[in-house]
Write a protein that binds this ligand. Structure first.
Ligand SMILES: C[S@@+](CC[C@H](N)C(=O)[O-])C[C@H]1O[C@@H](n2cnc3c(N)ncnc32)[C@H](O)[C@@H]1O
Length: 267
């Protein structure tokens, strides 16, 4: 199992400015609300820690050396995950944590993640023994971010590259996963593609194509939420020939996250 490399970090109590504030406004507009009305993604996580300029993370990106306001790191189940600006942060909601907590068995398996973001899920899959990890995102900053986290945590079985859905992916996998955007409004920018997919076009395309990237008896793990168009997702699942082996749905901090574990086997 790869060992985590520790970088030098400093603490900051305030990461509320910048993209996250914009995200909060958009999330509210798109109906990404907690029970009780407050937008879930406006929470200001006090666990976020900025990465200082000396860690090397910033040196490998084009961002301002003022890293304390730009990149930061976030502990997710014991790993301090680097989060770059412009990349969907696992602090926006708890879906990434939920996914990692419920990671399917991946030991010895080939694992493909669509929409890797920071790479947090793929890093955990590699550390759980996946044989091969392919992590793709339509957002080039997310790919840079994932590569940084692969490097930080010594993920040698991992590769990350830009791909719109399966566009640049080749081969077949035992597990294909996407912690997907929940909403169907038009995204304003690349960061917003983390939480909204216009008319669910990319999610429709995912279900139309995923079978071609699965090994026989492979598994799809799809992350979604009751705050999105759940009837559509359930229809896409059955129309594409999958059965639901396991459906997890949980509320934390007034916000719902779901995981569908899908198979083509009889269940
Ligand atoms: C909810 S975020 C999840 C990020 C990460 N997997 C996590 O759990 O922290 C959804 C991710 O999907 C990516 N994405 C959106 N549309 C995509 C597409 N058509 N192809 C690949 N990635 C896409 C976004 O850029 C974003 O990183």
């Amino acid at each position: 199992m790869p060992k985590a490399k520790q970088g030098k970090t400093t603490r900051s109590g305030n990461e509320s400015a910048g993209p996250r504030s914009a995200r909060c406004r958009e999330s509210a507009r798109n109906g990404h609300r907690r029970r009780g009305g407050a937008p879930a993604r406006c929470r200001n996580s006090t666990r976020e820690r900025p990465i200082c300029a000396q860690t090397g993370a910033c040196a490998t990106t084009a961002y301002s050396p003022d890293c304390s306001k730009r990149a930061f790191e976030l502990p997710i189940l014991g790993l301090d995950i680097i989060v770059l600006p412009g990349v969907w942060s696992p602090a926006y909601d708890w879906s990434s944590l939920f996914y990692v907590e419920n990671l399917p068995v991946v030991r010895g398996l080939d694992f493909l993640e669509i929409g890797c973001g920071t790479g947090v899920i793929s890093v955990h899959a590699a550390r759980a023994g996946a044989r091969r990890v392919v992590a793709v995102d339509v957002n080039p900053e997310a790919v840079t971010n994932t590569k940084l986290n692969f490097e930080r945590f010594g993920v040698e079985c991992g590769e990350a590259f830009v791909s719109d859905g399966f566009g640049a992916v080749t081969g077949r996998f035992d597990v294909v996963t996407w912690n997907a955007p929940y909403h169907g409004a038009p995204p304003a920018d690349m960061l917003e593609r983390g939480c909204t997919d216009e008319n669910y076009r990319d999610i429709r395309s995912f279900f139309a194509n995923v079978m071609g990237y699965l090994k026989p008896d492979g598994t799809v793990v799809f992350g979604f939420s009751e705050s999105g168009d759940l009837p559509l997702i359930e229809r896409l699942i059955s129309d594409s020939g999958f059965r639901v082996r396991r459906k997890l749905s949980d509320w934390r901090q007034g916000y719902n996250c779901m995981l569908f574990d899908l198979t083509t086997e009889s269940v």
